[in-house]
Design a protein around this ligand. Sequence first.
Ligand SMILES: *[C@@H]1O[C@H](CO)[C@@H](O)[C@H](O)[C@H]1NC(C)=O
Ligand SMILES: *[C@@H]1O[C@H](CO)[C@@H](O)[C@H](O)[C@H]1NC(C)=O
Length: 439
Amino acid sequence: MRCHLLSKTVLFVNVFCLLCCCVFSSVSGEALFSEKSILLEIKSSFPDLHGVLSSWSSKSSDHYCSWLGVSCDSKSRVVSLRITGIDGKGGNFQALSCSETLKLQFPFNGFGVWRTSSRSSGNLAGKLSPWVGKLTELRVLSLPYNELNGEIPKVVWGLEKLEVLDLEGNLLTGKLPNRFSGLRKLRVLNIGFNRIGGEVPFSLSRCMNLEVLHLAGNEVSGTIPGFFGSFPKLRGLYLSQNRLNGSIPSKFGHNCRNLEQLDVSGNSLVGRIPGSLGNCGQLQTLLLFSNMLDGVIPRELGQIQRLEVLDVSRNSLSGSIPSELGQCVNLSVLVLSTRFNPLTSHQNTNEDSSVERSSGQEDDYNYYEGSIPEEITTLPNLKIVWAPRATLEGKLPSNWGGCENLEMVNLAQNLFSGEVVGVFERCKKLHYLNLAQIS
Ligand SMILES: *[C@@H]1O[C@H](CO)[C@@H](O)[C@H](O)[C@H]1NC(C)=O
Ligand SMILES: *[C@@H]1O[C@H](CO)[C@@H](O)[C@H](O)[C@H]1NC(C)=O
């Protein structure tokens, strides 16, 4: 079952239109260090065995504003440093050129941002130099999928003009700062898939322009702060695969009107799914799986008209499946339970794998009541319904509407009764159907 890796979500984030990265003028003589010498200092902290930064040279006849990955403003101040390492998909390093600076692409995989074990074998290794803090006009610092290690230099958290900080998929360690002074203009904070711990600092609440906050795949601990619900422009919040505990704050739903993606899967969250999430009217993906959430699936989720993917598997949920979910006309993937643990079995497509059993992974503890309401099974865009061994009972859902898009249905090991014959006959795209009884 590759349910968690199926669709590719590509999020485009418009980046502030850089004035013009191609205008060269003389080095501003006033600064204590020239931007050129700062860049050379930054280079010196990278071993650069692959020669990625070979154009960064004091002997180079090229102006430093045309060095790989460097963009400047009209005063030859560096406004953007952008070098992307190999992304594990066979791509090569790249530095986006002038024409590409208008759009920043985040290659998020799957429903959320799950990464498989194919780690980056990036180009830039070593430590990010604190000299980067001297590039005071910097608006974009984007070095994803490299092999940067050590801590993010403290000075980065003080950069006043930074709008995009993207260090996804490196080997960075250390903790989130207790507090920081800069970053008031930050729109994208992406330090996903590193080894960064610590708790989310309260200072982050001042970054009111945040559009994307991606901390997934780290060692972030503590609770999800209530202020995450007060970023008016936030579109993507990715917190999966961390060590977050406590509950999902109900405050969260108070100001989430632009939120499109919410992924808190793979943490240790407890308590109920707040009904206030129903206020997040733009939400397309809601991933709550692999936590310890209890209570019912709130009927308020039916207010999220745009919802396409809902995964609440591997929690301790109970109660009936709310028929209100039938109001989510675009609902395409509904995962109520799964035996497959996406945290440990990325490579394994067999959901009942012996690997999973022998690794002693706990099972799914969602035990619902009743059946899956017809309002849901007749949804026109439904593609995947996954609910094995979830104590569902009653008559096997027999009305699947036109089921034009239905591809996979797993209702195995529930307590359904009734006829199967003819039920799925019309579903031309259906290629996986599991209705096996409890053995
Ligand atoms: C949450 O985790 C922190 C450490 O990361 C711990 O100090 C705290 O007691 C935990 N809280 C709960 C409710 O488990
Ligand atoms: C459902 O999806 C279609 C196609 O992407 C889109 O045009 C439509 O606005 C969506 N409906 C809702 C209620 O979001």
